[in-house]
Design a protein around this ligand. Structure first.
Ligand SMILES: [Cu+2]
Length: 124
């Protein structure tokens, strides 16, 4: 009887912890240039369900985002930002969206070009 009550209490505790919102704050780099980028990035982040706060700092290119981890993930937030044209560590914006950005917003994109192997292998 006693163990039954205990297991019920355990189940109750597990259940409630899943219901309560899990506030989380993450910080990551988002490529951008100007104030227009700032509002675009923050708007994209805020459009994600579960995001409660988004703040991008132009000088450091760092976005601080607060969200409910039961509703969304950093992954989803970064995906939404990449969709509007800004590169994030996890997701890169497509060339198409990037090219459609206003001139001032075309941030420096250091494209890591894959070099074709120049080594032919020695012949004997
Ligand atoms: Cu801009």
């Amino acid at each position: 009887m006693k163990t039954k009550v205990l297991s019920l209490v355990c189940m109750f505790l597990l259940g409630t912890s899943m219901v309560f919102a899990q506030a989380k704050t993450e910080k990551f780099e988002v490529k951008g240039n100007c104030g227009m980028c700032k509002s675009r990035i923050e708007k994209a982040a805020n459009s994600v369900d579960g995001v409660t706060k988004a703040d991008w700092v132009q000088e450091t290119k760092m976005l601080t985002v607060a969200f409910d981890s039961t509703k969304t993930t950093v992954h989803k937030v970064q995906m939404a930002i990449a969709k509007v044209g800004h590169d994030t560590p996890m997701h890169k914006a497509s060339d198409e969206v990037y090219n459609s950005l206003p001139g001032c917003c075309k941030y420096d994109r250091t494209v890591a070009k894959k070099e074709s192997t120049g080594h032919e292998g020695h012949k004997h």
